[in-house]
Design a protein. Structure first.
Length: 565
């Protein structure tokens, strides 16, 4: 777009060791020239290519200002963690204090499948960004801020560089759960900030569950009587603020209202008759306390579903809407018609009644958990345009894609971030030191989905294996998942990051090199440095290694590094 004949510069002499290693790793990076580019961040401006005027789009301008502020805050110096002996470039060039942006389509909406590619070119002529949409430019700016080094009292880019970058997967997500424990708005926004830095583009917000209903519904204000307190409620203004905050960072916000299972809080305040088994002990009718499922035979149930669904559709602007449909329990439906119905019959009846409501929103793309087709309650008929989110065995990915369904992968064996911390049930005899409990406490780490998911396990998860080409094309992406039975504001960020950034790179640029080998060797230094970068920005993310390993790259490898003497 800028008419740069950059490829001829590949033969230029490299005289300065490159230490920056942005995460996620860009697809194509070409370093060239023999000078570092010095930047004056106090005078730098953002301009459009045409006319050289200041940028008119507020989202792009805001992202630029944040990137500059973050560079100044971090004063990033990767030399602290490398073996480079000289920290100052021998040859320097002062670039014009201008970041020039060329965007082909300013109007492309932030929806599933929007073009997020970009090109970033830095030389003595300045910094140039080109992209098809503003969302690609936002990604270019998060890459740029990791490229700028502070050393010798100056901000600089180590050499001339050209980057061509784009995502492998359209859906790169994280799920948070604000029902089991309330998550304050500022902490949800914090996750969005880190997602944008990791080029993850979808926050799946599990808003409510059987335990609490924290979101304000104007048509049924009584539902928030089942919030944990009046202070632990998301007003509609709060929701819109989070939606707009996410959009400004290129992150889609997908709501989930789990139905017809996991339903008690909120619904019962509207009408106790639209909720089943809300008053029995949980082990008789649910997978965790408290029990509760929607009464699918009550016509009033569907009127309330419609009210909630349409009101939230006006707050969340994404085409995707997650309607749950997981872990429905037959024991919760003991009466009348249910006696002679299978769980599949029950689920199918609900689907047939609810789908017209869901499909009444123009452009709607429904998402459901894979239970609807892969559990005891699997239905016979489900439209092929429903996207399924798989959390069961990885084999389910092939099962669903072979039947023509789009799939979001969230295998509990690989991508559940809450696993391995033990369980939350009180008075739980499985933790008593006894022979019958050894396997649960050792092999599973005292967790149904244990053990703990390390960044290595997340990064090397090859969820496309054993799929045909046509099946692979139906895998739209993946999500890391954090259920919040043991998570609140105090530990939220540390439980997610930096592990989720391993998935971010895998979904953006892949987890393998040109030879088809996992990039664990290089990723190990990249992710531990990225953790330091996030800490420098003020985020309380978890450490992955002792600091010795950070300051001595590959000294803590499990195996001797290649070509190591």
């Amino acid at each position: 777009m800028f008419g740069l004949v950059w490829y001829i510069l590949l033969c230029s002499r490299v005289v300065f060791a490159i230490s920056v290693d942005p995460l996620p790793r860009p697809h194509n990076v070409t370093w060239f020239g023999d000078s570092a580019i010095v930047l004056d961040l106090d005078a730098i401006e953002l301009k459009e290519l045409e006319g050289g005027e200041g940028i008119s789009n507020s989202l792009v301008q805001g992202a630029f200002e944040r990137a500059v502020a973050d560079i100044k805050t971090v004063k990033w110096s990767p030399y602290l963690y490398s073996n480079v002996t000289s920290h100052c470039p021998e040859s320097k060039a002062q670039a014009p204090n201008v970041v020039t942006v060329a965007i082909a389509d300013y109007d492309a909406d932030l929806q599933f499948g929007v073009d997020e590619s970009y090109e970033l070119h830095i030389d003595e002529g300045g910094i140039n960004i080109s992209s098809e949409t503003i969302w690609g430019t936002l990604h270019a700016l998060t890459t740029l801020q990791q490229m700028v080094v502070y050393q010798c009292g100056q901000y600089f880019v180590e050499q001339y560089v050209h980057i061509q970058d784009y995502p492998l997967f359209k859906h790169r997500g994280l799920m948070v759960d604000s029902a089991r424990n309330f998550l304050p708005v500022n902490k949800i926004m914090e996750q969005i900030e880190l997602m944008a830095l990791s080029k993850m583009n979808t926050l799946h917000w599990h808003l409510v569950d059987s335990q609490s209903w924290p979101v304000e519904i104007a048509s049924h204000p009584e539902m928030t009587q089942d919030a944990y307190s009046a202070r632990e409620v998301y007003t509609q203004k709060d929701v819109l603020n989070v939606v707009n905050f996410a959009r400004s960072r290129g992150v889609r916000l997908v709501p989930e209202i789990d139905m017809p299972g996991h339903a008690r809080a909120g619904w019962r305040k509207v009408d106790p008759d639209i909720v089943e088994c809300a008053d029995v002990f949980w082990t008789d009718a649910a997978v965790e306390p408290p029990p509760g499922q929607l009464n699918i035979m009550n016509n009033e149930t569907y009127f309330v579903i419609g009210d909630v669904y349409h009101e939230l559709s006006n707050l969340f602007h994404d085409h995707y809407f997650h309607v749950g449909n997981d872990e429905l329990q037959k024991d919760c439906y003991p009466n009348s018609w249910y006696d002679n119905a299978t769980l599949s019959d029950i689920t199918q009846h609900y689907i047939d009644r609810a789908l017209p409501i869901y499909n009444s929103v123009p452009g709607r793309q429904l998402v459901m958990w894979d239970d609807v087709l892969l559990s005891d309650g699997a239905v016979e008929s489900l439209p092929s345009n429903v996207t399924l989110q798989t959390w069961h065995e990885v084999s389910g990915v092939k099962n669903l894609t072979s039947r023509g369904y789009n799939v979001i992968v969230s295998s509990s064996d690989h991508l559940y971030l809450d696993c391995g911390y033990g369980g939350f049930l009180t008075n739980d005899w499985r933790y008593i030191d006894a022979s019958q409990n050894v396997e649960f406490n050792t092999c599973k780490g005292g967790s149904w989905c244990g053990p703990y998911k390390t960044w290595q396990r997340i990064y090397t998860f090859d969820f496309l294996s054993n799929l045909t080409q046509s099946e692979q094309e139906l895998v739209v992406g993946a999500e890391a998942v954090l259920w919040s039975e043991q998570v609140d504001f105090a530990v939220l960020t540390g439980k997610i990051w930096p592990r989720a950034s391993a998935l971010g790179e895998s979904l953006w640029s892949g987890n393998k090199n040109e030879k088809g080998e996992f990039r664990l060797y290089e990723m190990s230094t990249r992710i531990v440095q990225f953790r330091e970068y996030m800490v420098s920005l003020g985020f309380a993310v978890s450490p992955l290694v002792p600091r010795f390993c950070l300051f001595n790259p590959h000294a803590c490898d499990a195996e001797k590094p290649p070509n190591h003497v």
